[in-house]
Design a protein around this ligand. Structure first.
Ligand SMILES: [Zn+2]
Ligand SMILES: [Zn+2]
Length: 257
């Protein structure tokens, strides 16, 4: 079930927080229009761009969150995920990785400021609140970066997104449970077929007793083949988690990866 853009924006307005703790630039980073009324939205995008970012409608695969045709039965997946072994049960996203969302996410990830990624995370939280509320997760776990990646990245988009979802859902977020046990090649530089192999046994779980029997929400910025989130889910399930679900800002189809 997806919300209309107008519904999302009404919610945004009603839950708007003070911008004083949120360094909003004076112009929209997508269309460069000056923000005439920045205080009516807790995001850095203008109204029109926010509508675009939340405006992808239509049905989605319950398992991998890819867009599917109307009335599709996706309990066992869709054409994009059915042949894959995915260890998480469901996935939600703000939208498919195209158009405005692709442009916004690329800019956000390479920005020195975390404001854009936080804005996308807020839109994700509002856009998926009903689905995530229905799953009733106990804990939110972001995909970690290897310590060497943290040296040259300004921030981890998955951490910021997870913290925003944590605030919105009122569910604790734990950034210490899951750790990268080894450095993997960037998934973008690995063929789609090799991505599951590249991620194999790349995560370890600390403090397994904390997650035992819990429903977990794994958070990343994008989901492409699902290999990273699936391997993270495998490690968490092995450590005693009851089930894992996934939330990402954008769903990337393999051919556009
Ligand atoms: Zn704009
Ligand atoms: Zn699917």
């Amino acid at each position: 079930m997806s919300w209309s853009a107008e519904t999302v924006l009404n919610s945004l307005s009603s839950t708007a927080q003070s911008l004083l703790d949120f360094a909003i630039p004076p112009f929209c980073p997508l269309c460069r229009d000056v923000l005439a009324e920045p205080s009516d939205l807790p995001v850095c995008f203008c109204h029109a761009c926010s509508v675009e970012l939340c405006g992808q409608t239509g049905d989605r695969c319950l398992r991998c969150s890819a867009s599917v045709g109307p009335f599709s039965d996706t309990q066992r997946g869709c054409v994009h995920c059915r042949s894959r072994t995915l260890r998480f049960r469901s996935a939600v996203c703000l939208g498919m990785y195209s158009g405005h969302l692709r442009q916004a996410l690329l800019a956000a990830k390479w920005s020195f400021s975390s404001v854009q990624i936080q804005s996308l995370a807020r839109l994700l939280a509002l856009h998926t609140s009903q689905q995530l509320g229905a799953v009733r997760v106990d804990r939110i776990i972001p995909i970690p970066q290897h310590w060497r990646q943290r040296l040259w990245r300004h921030f981890n988009p998955a951490w910021l997104t997870a913290q925003q979802l944590s605030d919105s859902l009122g569910v604790p977020c734990d950034i210490h449970i899951l750790r990268k046990s080894r450095r993997t090649r960037p998934q973008k530089r690995v063929s789609v077929r090799q991505r599951f192999e590249n991620q194999k046994q790349s995560f370890v779980v600390r403090d397994a007793e904390v997650i035992r029997g819990q429903r977990l929400l794994i958070v990343d910025d994008v989901l492409t083949t699902g290999a990273t989130c699936s391997e993270a889910a495998a490690a968490l399930l092995k450590a005693g988690a009851a089930e894992c679900h996934v939330a990402v800002i954008a769903r990337v189809l393999d051919h556009s990866a």
